[in-house]
Design a protein around this ligand. Sequence first.
Ligand SMILES: [Zn+2]
Length: 219
Amino acid sequence: MGIIDAMERLLFIKEDFCYLCRENRAKDYICSHCKGLIEFVHQRVEIKLPHIEGVYSSVLYNRFIREKLHSYKFQGKNYLYKPFGEMLLITLRENGLEDKIEGISYVPIHRRKEALRGYNQSKLLAEYVAKALNIPLLDKHLFKVRWTRDQSKLDRAGRMNNLASSFKAKNIKDFKGKEILLIDDIITTGATLMECSKTLMEAGAKGVYGLVLTSSMKL
Ligand SMILES: [Zn+2]
């Protein structure tokens, strides 16, 4: 799907209908039926990763969320950043993170992949959260510089090797000495979040908190 198609979808969406099912009327993007299918957690993920203070997650990775996330990433339903962004805002609020954060970053995808997809799903979430909280969005600061193999086909060790030094930080003065929120749509092994966080910390960030919509970690 190209950027024009994606833009059209965004323009013609009916605001007062549920963004997830497109059938029922809804306030704040989600109808009560869909709300009943979501298992909200808004808590810290049980994982300890180097270079990162903690990773927080909004909802359980159940079948409903898995399908919605898939259509968000791979079927051009980029407008889903709104209901997902609202969930992330609640997670930040409930964990007292809003006041700690001084800049918002996100997991970048390679520019060729972004061109193919038409958007970066994590960037859309970060933009939404940054705007709602009036916190600077760091959108010229973290880049994917290596084209890596598809992470989903690799085990944990393979993912770490695959990602090593594939991210690069720029415009470092904007986040040096600051607490950064790093947003991604999902945590699977933590390898991607950890590499991004490592890149930010090595460039001088004071601390990095992770925030994801959901976790499919198998512990
Ligand atoms: Zn619905």
